[in-house]
Design a protein around this ligand. Structure first.
Ligand code: HEC
Length: 322
């Protein structure tokens, strides 16, 4: 009987194993054996199937065990004897031995005394017929309790003896410092952030120097060393094809005018660098270099410069005077 059962189990294993295999490959042709870990191990279904299979296995094993026990219990004494005569003496012993679950329960879960021995642990008192057993504490609970004691020593040593871990105030200060660092980094990033809407001309020597360097490296070939223009237009006059001023320039340099031979620079220069080179170009306004190209485009008037703030005190007094 036992042998047969094992055979059934084995064939079950084999069956499901071959099943899993075909499941993993599906209708996709198997990849050449270059991959180290087969694809199937990354599919959650595999693990679901294995889990399901294990549960079924456990169910089958416990079912057959209890069936065996039941049928043994139903045998008549003569038949039991016959079984023992068939050289299976250990059989009865095994059948009546406590099950795995009982042993597990006694060793780890409750350690409860057997019903027959309960009288030994009965306490003296009796409240209206309710009596108390002096059972052991559950082993798992006791172990947990010992663990907390060990943990307390580790904690004490880590935080208070060797001071290898930050205490609450320290932890708070570290977190605050981290937040401050992040805020600073964010601020720096925002300072470097330039867009066509927010851009302003720079006037620091460093920025203009950097702009000059960028111009000499990238733009001289088409706009001339003195910005007088050659392939590209003169950048020193008041006439602009795409509008003058830092904002228009930023747009043209960033996006380019590919159809007319002006490259888009956004893949080669950062917004900050474009701001620097555009600011440098602005400083050359009106420099009127020798051999400069004739003006192209429309005359550009910077509205932000022409719109001078009016003196509000004067305006008020005129109103009063009127
Ligand atoms: C391959 C040649 C070439 C290079 C390199 C080049 N440009 Fe230009 N650029 C042009 C041409 C051509 C135009 C005119 C586009 C048009 O007609 O619409 C132009 C136009 C411009 C304009 C607009 C001028 C206006 O009148 O509106 C600006 C600003 C400008 N370039 C800046 C730059 C800067 C800054 C660089 C370097 C980072 C640069 N260019 C590099 C060819 C070039």
């Amino acid at each position: 009987m036992k042998n047969r059962f094992n055979k059934i189990l084995l064939s079950g294993f084999l069956l499901s194993a071959s099943h899993l295999n075909s499941f993993g490959q599906g209708d996709v042709a198997p990849a050449p054996s270059t991959a180290k870990v087969p694809e199937i191990f990354f599919q959650s279904e595999l693990y679901m199937l294995i889990f399901l299979f294990l549960i079924m296995l456990i169910a089958i094993i416990s079912l057959t065990r209890s069936l065996k026990k039941l049928s043994y219990g139903m045998l008549s004494p003569e038949k039991r004897q016959a079984l023992e005569l068939k050289n299976e003496k250990a059989f009865e012993e095994k059948m009546l031995a406590p099950s795995f679950w009982t042993r597990f329960d006694r060793a780890i879960l409750t350690k409860a005394v057997t019903v027959e021995k309960e009288a030994d642990v009965m306490l003296d008192h009796n409240y209206d017929g309710i009596r108390e057993l002096d059972n052991n504490l559950p082993p798992w609970w006791v172990w947990g309790f010992y663990l907390t004691i060990i943990f307390a020593f580790v904690y004490l040593a880590h935080y208070h003896l060797f001071r290898t871990g930050p205490l609450q105030t320290e932890e708070y200060n570290i977190a605050m410092q981290e937040a401050a660092d992040q805020a600073k980094a964010r601020e720096l990033k925002m300072k470097d952030f330039v867009s066509a809407e927010t851009i302003t001309a720079l006037n620091t020597p460093e920025a203009l120097g950097a702009g000059k360097g960028i111009y000499e490296k990238n733009c001289v070939a088409c706009h001339g060393a003195e910005l007088g223009g050659s392939v590209g237009p003169n950048l020193t006059d008041d006439f602009w094809i795409h509008g003058g001023g830092i904002k228009n320039m930023f747009k043209v340099i960033t996006e380019g005018v590919p159809a007319k031979g002006m490259i888009s620079w956004k893949s080669q220069l950062t917004p900050k660098q474009i701001q620097q080179v555009a600011s440098f170009i602005l400083t050359k306004k009106g420099s009127n270099p020798a051999g400069g190209k004739e003006p192209q485009g429309d005359k550009y008037v910077d509205e932000s410069l022409s719109a001078q703030p009016t003196d509000s005190t004067k305006a008020d007094s005129t109103i009063i005077a009127n």
